[in-house]
Design a binder for this molecule. Sequence first.
Ligand SMILES: NC(=O)c1ccc[n+]([C@@H]2O[C@H](COP(=O)([O-])OP(=O)(O)OC[C@H]3O[C@@H](n4cnc5c(N)ncnc54)[C@H](OP(=O)(O)O)[C@@H]3O)[C@@H](O)[C@H]2O)c1
Length: 305
Amino acid sequence: MAGKILISGGSGLIGTRLSEMLIDQGYEVAHLSRNPDKFSHYKTFRWDIKDASIDDSAITYADYIIHLAGAGLADEKWTNERKREILRSRVDSTQLLLDSLRKTEHHVKGFISASATGIYGNSGDQLMSEESSYGEDFMAEVCKAWEGAAWQIKNLGIRTVILRTGIALSDKGGALPQIARPVKMMAGAPLGSGKQYMSWIHIDDLCRLYIRAIEDTQFEGVYNAVAPHPVTNKEFTETLAKSMHRPLVLPKVPSFALNLMLGEMSEVVLSGQRVSANKVMQTGFTFEYNYLDEALASFYKKDKN
Ligand SMILES: NC(=O)c1ccc[n+]([C@@H]2O[C@H](COP(=O)([O-])OP(=O)(O)OC[C@H]3O[C@@H](n4cnc5c(N)ncnc54)[C@H](OP(=O)(O)O)[C@@H]3O)[C@@H](O)[C@H]2O)c1
């Protein structure tokens, strides 16, 4: 059941892997980018979120839109300007897609948007379902506004799915290589109390979930995109050290040191969510990587040096 998939932010970590997996399954893939790369393997349409301009032929191309675009959370220090960029790149981009869908004759059958488990704020060890209450910190506010914009696309009669994504594990980018670097140098240690939960998902399972959300019309609304067994930061660090065959020798990195180094961005590593995968599993979706050690082994099995 192939079709044409338009991916905003398709050049990023998740978009790159998702594009490969879609192509393997017989889909046609195009990207929507601020800076089309002329050497890209994919047909690429241009948009400019700040100028609210978009090549409308991107919308007429698509059977499905996957919306991943957004300024990286850990790329720069969270100044007020950067925070505005993190928010606007998600909310205004969604609004631009909405406006283009409104005014263009199209055949889009589904809209699948990223969101993040950060919507639940710092929720301790309480298991968070899609019905749970939201947080009030910066990332929670960003996710609420982002999802609010995405919901308007549902009002156009387009099936809309939001995947509240946990920490996507990949050895090609994102959080894992950053956490793994000090562990590899034997300078890894749990962060803060180490008790904060990390709800992770292997990137291949996440991309399989995106594809499932395209193909299975029972998918509608919000789903947590996390593996079934979240772990604490301490367990994560210990499991990673074991997978990388490295000892953990240092004590915890105190919260105040992280605050000093990262400023407000430290909320990303010091706060945590223990997020439930039950709703996704009830759809019949099965994870290839249920446990963290299995997921990490897929990246570090041969890394004994
Ligand atoms: N990776 C994770 O662990 C994780 C967890 C939860 C949620 N998510 C969400 O899932 C989405 C995809 O994640 P990812 O890890 O693939 O992200 P990524 O590697 O940072 O890629 C995001 C893409 O968004 C576009 N982009 C970057 N800055 C932008 C800006 N200021 N305005 C508009 N577009 C911009 C870029 O594409 P162009 O340069 O081609 O325009 C970039 O390739 C993001 O929205 C992220 O917040 C990711």
